[in-house]
Design a protein. Structure first.
Lengths: 102, 293
C-alpha cells in the first residue's frame, strides 16, 4: 500500500500521529474551548500555541541530540552513539510539561 | 454559549486540497526522502537519522548558516532604518509625490536575475560604473576575487533592490496617520524627534512588522541574485543556505542529505519567524498599554 512514492513505515507512523494529534486537538477544542493563559513560558499561550512550541522544542532537542552524538560518545565513554530513543523520550517528556505547565 | 454554525468550514475545502498538493504532500515527501539513501528509483535503503548526522556535522553547512544569519541581520539593520528615513523624506502631496513613488518603486519591478546581471556589469572594473569609479579612486575592488568585496556587493545589491519595499510600506503607514495627531503635537510644542518617537514610530508598528518579516524571510531564502552575481564565490564567501542546498540536491543529486538539510532549514525559519512575530506583537501591546494608561 505504501509502495506509492516510496513511503517508509516510520514516516507513515509519524504522519499518522500528526493527523491523529490534529483531530484530537480539534475534538478537545470543541468539547472544551481553550483559554489564553500565562504559565512557565514567557508569553501567554493557548493550547494550540503550547502544542506548537512543544513540538518545535522536541524537534530541536532531537536534532541537537543527533548532532552531539559523537561528542557524547567521548564525554560518557560509550561504545556507540546513544540511541535516538533517549532524545525522543526526553522531548516527549518536555512536550507534556509544556502542554501542562506552559 | 450560543451554538455556532460550523458549515462555513466546508467553504475552505478547495484551499485545503490545493495546499495539500502544493505544500503538505511535498513536505511529507521531503521527510520521507530524508530517511532513505536513494541510489536509483528501484534501489533505496532506509538509513534512519544517518543523513541528519552527516548534515549537522558538515562544516560547509555551518559556514553557510553563519553567513546567512549575518547577511539577514545586516539586511534588516540597514534596510529598516533606511526605509523609514526614505519614507519620512518623501513628499506627501502633489505631482512630486506620484513622481517619487514611481521612481522609488522601479527597482521592485526588476526580476531577480536581471538585478544580478545589472550589478554584475555595474561592478566590473573595466566597464562598470561602480567598479571603474572605485578603482579610479584607488580602491582595489573586485567582487570576483575578494571575499569581503563580494559579500558587500551582494548586500548593497539587496539594499538597492528591497529598501524601496520598506520605504513604500512605511510611506503608506505614515499617510494613514490622522492630522489631529500632528496638530496636538504642535500645540504641545513637540520637537521633530518627539513626533517621530511618540507618534510616527508607534503608528508604523503594523507595517514595520510586515516589513521586517518579509525582508527577513526573503533575505533568508536569497538565491538568484548572488547566484547570478558571484555564483557563491569567491570560494564560499557568498554561498548562502539556499545555494548550498541547491548544490546538494540538484548539483550532486544527494536527495537524502538535501532533504534532511531542507527540514533543518525549515525548522530554523519556523523558529525565527515565531520569535520575531511574538516579539513584535509584544512590543505592540506594551505600546498600547502605555498609551492607554
Amino acid at each position: 500500500m505504501f509502495e506509492w512514492m516510496a513511503w517508509t513505515t516510520p514516516v507513515v507512523v509519524f504522519f499518522t500521529c500528526i493527523v491523529l494529534m490534529l483531530i484530537a486537538m480539534t475534538v478537545w477544542e470543541i468539547r472544551s474551548p481553550t483559554v489564553m493563559r500565562k504559565g512557565l513560558l514567557p508569553i501567554a499561550t493557548t493550547r494550540g500555541d503550547r502544542l506548537f512550541i512543544g513540538l518545535l522544542t522536541a524537534a530541536y532537542i532531537n536534532l541537537l541530540f543527533v548532532a552531539l552524538g559523537e561528542k557524547m560518545m567521548a564525554w560518557f565513554g560509550l561504545e556507540q552513539e546513544p540511541s535516538v530513543w533517549i532524545s525522543f523520550a526526553l522531548s516527549m517528556l518536555l512536550l507534556s510539561i509544556i502542554m501542562k505547565k506552559g | 454559549m450560543k451554538p455556532v454554525n460550523q458549515k462555513a468550514w466546508f467553504l475552505i475545502l478547495p484551499v485545503v486540497i490545493c495546499v495539500a498538493f502544493s505544500a503538505i504532500l511535498p513536505l511529507m515527501t521531503v521527510v520521507n526522502y530524508s530517511l532513505q539513501d536513494i541510489i536509483s528509483p528501484d534501489r533505496r535503503v532506509f538509513v534512519g537519522t544517518e543523513w541528519f548526522k552527516s548534515v549537522m556535522r558538515d562544516d560547509d553547512l555551518q559556514g553557510a548558516l553563519i553567513r546567512q544569519i549575518t547577511f539577514s541581520l545586516t539586511v534588516l539593520i540597514v534596510q529598516i532604518p533606511l526605509g523609514i528615513a526614505l519614507a519620512l523624506s518623501m513628499p506627501a502631496k502633489g505631482w512630486q509625490a506620484s513622481a517619487v513613488l514611481v521612481l522609488v518603486a522601479i527597482s521592485l519591478l526588476i526580476p531577480w536575475n536581471v538585478v544580478g546581471t545589472i550589478w554584475q556589469i555595474y561592478g566590473r572594473t573595466d566597464i562598470g560604473l561602480l567598479g571603474a569609479s572605485l578603482s579610479a579612486m584607488g580602491f582595489d575592488y573586485s567582487y570576483t576575487g575578494n571575499a569581503t568585496d563580494a559579500w558587500l556587493t551582494v548586500l548593497v545589491m539587496d539594499v538597492w533592490h528591497w529598501t524601496p519595499l520598506v520605504a513604500l510600506l512605511c510611506y503608506a503607514g505614515l499617510r494613514a496617520i490622522p492630522d489631529a495627531y500632528y496638530q496636538a503635537a504642535q500645540i504641545d510644542g513637540a520637537s521633530k524627534l518627539a513626533v517621530f518617537r511618540y507618534i510616527q514610530l508607534p503608528k508604523l508598528r503594523g507595517v514595520l512588522m510586515i516589513a521586517v518579516l518579509l525582508r527577513f524571510m526573503d533575505s533568508f531564502m536569497i538565491y538568484t541574485e548572488p547566484f547570478v552575481l558571484t555564483g557563491g564565490g569567491p570560494g564560499n564567501a557568498t554561498t548562502f543556505l539556499s545555494q548550498y542546498l541547491t548544490q546538494k540536491a540538484v548539483g550532486q543529486f544527494d536527495l537524502g542529505p538535501a532533504a534532511a538539510f531542507s527540514l533543518i532549514y525549515f525548522l530554523i525559519i519556523l523558529l525565527l519567524c515565531f520569535i520575531l512575530y511574538n516579539w513584535m506583537q509584544r512590543v505592540g501591546t506594551s505600546d498600547k498599554e502605555v498609551s492607554n494608561g
